[in-house]
Design a protein around this ligand. Structure first.
Ligand SMILES: NC(=O)C1=CN([C@@H]2O[C@H](COP(=O)(O)OP(=O)(O)OC[C@H]3O[C@@H](n4cnc5c(N)ncnc54)[C@H](O)[C@@H]3O)[C@@H](O)[C@H]2O)C=CC1
Ligand SMILES: O=C([O-])CC(=O)C(=O)O
Length: 327
């Protein structure tokens, strides 16, 4: 028997990330190959025509799982009764900008959308914020949606996680799928901390296989941290297909679980590791039964602590920067 359809809201539907993301969701890559989905697409009034064009292309794929599409410029229509929401729509940065430069331009969007989710989404809606600066936008969304569990509003660190996996795999000649227990902590920004101290490859410690702490600190960490800027430099546009892929990975794992594997997610802190409560911070997490748990009790070395302090400081500054908007 066919399952009832789930409702998935996606914002920024006319944009570059959605040009990949929507097709992946409609193909069953997030909810699974037996789960019909209804897409509820939000974009600005001036982008409605472009969204219609994308929907024509979705129709032309004849996806068996696509049970319906709603197109709207009203967040309360887009988020009505949704099971999941991908908050992608926001201004992207261009050459020479840092993601934090988008803070005030995008903060208002997430305040409005948080309030709309609060009003009309399912009470257990799973929200992934992709629009930058993703952690602080997720923080604003959560603060604007006081009736939803703050834990259900997450930010995307998965692109950084996947970037780090690829870089390590290339360094040691391994398959990225064999690297386990990698963690990316902190902000989705150049201050993020890709932490390989607990990672293993087929049971062997990754630091031992890399055997080059100088490369790890001096090359791997900045390469992953500045990868978004490198892509903008090369493409003239910010990453899109890889961002959509990371969004699919994040939501699919949250829904279906990770079989004990670690992933990196931007999560509202419960105070773990000295991160102030409510700050949306990249943590290692394990997903099961439609929920996630931060990996607790990891030893934090002096170097790791210094890296956590840097990325936390940036997030606290961002939080202070939006305090007038969040109230
Ligand atoms: N967290 C992450 O790892 C990543 C985040 N991003 C971010 O994702 C966001 C979207 O990127 P792209 O798709 O490349 O941008 P884009 O400019 O191609 O598309 C953005 C879309 O959002 C729409 N939009 C703007 N304000 C809106 C609002 N209030 N409500 C609904 N829709 C709205 C625009 O009309 C446009 O169609 C950017 O902020 C970008 O920096 C990009 C890559 C990775
Ligand atoms: O760098 C950007 O502006 C887009 C992004 O977040 C990324 O590619 O990580």
């Amino acid at each position: 028997m066919t399952k009832p359809a789930v409702r998935v809201a996606v914002t920024g539907a006319a944009g570059q990330i959605c040009y990949s993301l929507l097709f992946r969701i409609a193909n069953g890559d997030v909810y699974g190959k037996d789960q019909p989905v209804i897409l509820q697409l939000l974009d600005l009034p001036q982008a409605q025509n472009a969204v219609k064009g994308v929907v024509m292309e979705l129709e032309d794929c004849a996806f068996p799982l696509l049970a319906g599409v709603v197109i709207t410029d009203d967040p309360k229509v887009a988020f009505k009764d949704v099971d999941a929401a991908f908050l992608v729509g926001a201004r992207p940065r261009s050459k020479g900008m840092e993601r934090a430069d988008l803070l005030l331009a995008n903060a208002e969007i997430f305040k409005v959308q948080g309030a709309a989710l609060n009003a009309v989404a399912k009470r257990d809606v799973k929200v992934l914020v992709v629009g930058n600066p993703a952690n602080t936008n997720a923080y604003i969304t959560a603060k604007s949606a006081p009736d939803l569990p703050a834990g259900n509003i997450t930010a995307m660190l998965r692109l950084d996680h996947n970037r780090a996996l690829s870089q390590f795999a290339a360094k040691i000649g391994a398959n990225s799928a064999d690297i386990e227990k990698l963690a990316v902590w902190g902000n989705h920004s150049p201050t993020m901390f890709a932490d390989y101290r607990f990672a293993t490859v087929k049971g062997e410690p990754l630091p031992k296989l890399v055997n080059d702490e100088e490369w790890y600190r001096g090359t791997l960490i900045p390469t992953v941290g500045k990868r978004g800027a490198a892509i903008i430099e090369a493409r003239g546009l910010s990453s899109a297909a890889s961002a959509a892929n990371a969004a699919v990975d994040h939501m699919r794992d949250w829904i279906h679980g990770t079989n004990g594997g670690w992933v990196s997610m931007g999560i509202a802190s419960d105070g773990s590791y000295g991160i102030p409560e409510g700050i949306v911070f990249g943590f290692p997490a394990v997903c099961s039964n439609g929920s996630y748990e931060v990996v607790k009790g990891l030893e934090i070395s002096e170097y790791a602590q210094s890296m956590l302090n840097i990325t936390l400081k940036e997030l606290l500054d961002e939080r202070d920067g939006v305090s007038a908007i969040v109230g």
